[in-house]
Ligand binder design. Structure first.
Ligand SMILES: C[S@@+](CC[C@H](N)C(=O)[O-])C[C@H]1O[C@@H](n2cnc3c(N)ncnc32)[C@H](O)[C@@H]1O
Length: 308
């Protein structure tokens, strides 16, 4: 019943927002539910009459796509071995290494954070002792999406996973992707997006502690910037909570752990802040809500395949 009431409140909140013209994101997929009487909720043949059967149905997997989806997009491109890829925002080169392993590419990884590039270099040095042929094909360097070091028309694949939320000048980044891509090249992007279910007050709490530009999680703004750079959207997959479901069903339990953390963070704020500081507290709260919000429809990541 409380859940039903919550839905009513949210529907009301959206309508209010729309009324004052603050809506910025895509409409939620549900329509506003009708109000039901007590008898209609609990009586014979009413909303809860079939709840056991409904829950049993909900226990059946929808076979969600997992993290391999981005690699599957790359596989579909049938790139030639040795083709040049750039991993933009490579962090510690996990995906650069995997792109070499799976597709035999040559990968340049860039990231603006020295700590990440140091970590990537350590990872490659360690890999050189077990898989030297793989390690040899990855180079990492400090760099930014907005000013890539590659030559014009030289890159077959720009891989940009979970990075563009942090890039202030999105148009400059897409302009660079367009500049370095070969005419037959592609861009694979993973990008978090907000939905209308994320209330503006929640957005104000969520983005700043982890350096995310609110404009960039608006799909319309994001796709306008793609278009302005002269890139085309060949494919856009709205992932919703699918990666999160996959991780729950595979036993990793990433989002259920984050849910537990969110509750502890809210109940025990002072102690965590005293121990780890306010910045760490706020960042951890965003991090913990990250997966939870994907599972309840407030955030919905997208995978994009772009071409010239
Ligand atoms: C959430 S991490 C994602 C790392 C990695 N791509 C992954 O999928 O695991 C975001 C990364 O983007 C990098 N980043 C932030 N601003 C950037 C920029 N302007 N250009 C390139 N990378 C940037 C960060 O340093 C960080 O490594």
């Amino acid at each position: 019943m409380l859940e039903a009431l919550g839905q009513e409140c949210r529907a009301h909140a959206w309508n209010s927002l729309a009324a004052v013209g603050r809506r910025r994101y895509a409409r939620p997929v549900t329509t506003s539910p009708a109000w039901r009487s007590n008898e209609e909720v609990y009586g014979y043949g009413a909303a809860f009459a079939e709840d056991a059967a409904f829950e049993a149905e909900l226990d059946v997997s929808l076979n969600p796509r997992g993290y391999d989806l981005l690699f599957d997009l790359v596989a579909g491109l049938a790139l030639e071995p040795d083709a040049l890829a750039v991993d933009v925002g490579c962090r510690e080169a996990w995906h650069s290494i995997e792109l070499v392993r799976r597709f035999g590419l040559t990968v340049h990884g860039i990231d603006p954070v020295t700590r990440h590039i140091d970590g990537a270099r350590r990872a490659l040095a360690s890999l050189a002792s077990t898989e030297p042929d793989i390690a040899d094909r990855v180079e990492v360097a400090l760099g930014m999406a907005e000013s890539l070091g590659e030559l014009d028309d030289s890159v077959c694949l720009v891989w940009c996973r979970d990075v563009l939320v942090h890039v202030e000048d999105l148009r400059a980044a897409f302009g660079e992707f367009r500049r370095v891509l070969r005419p037959d090249g592609h861009v694979v992007i993973y990008q978090m997006m907000a939905t209308d279910w994320l209330h503006p007050d929640e957005a104000e709490r969520l983005w700043p502690p982890v350096g995310i530009f609110a404009s960039n999680v608006d799909p319309r703004y994001f796709e306008t910037a793609i278009d302005a750079a002269g890139l085309k959207i060949a494919q856009c997959i709205n992932l919703q909570g699918s990666w999160r479901e996959r991780a729950e069903e595979d036993g990793a339990g990433t989002s259920s752990r984050q849910l537990l953390h969110a509750s502890r963070l809210l109940r025990n704020r002072q102690q965590y802040e005293d121990t780890f500081g306010t910045d760490a507290y706020n960042a951890m709260l965003t991090n913990s809500l990250w997966g939870v919000y994907q599972m309840i429809g407030k955030l919905s990541p997208r995978a994009y395949l772009l071409s010239r």
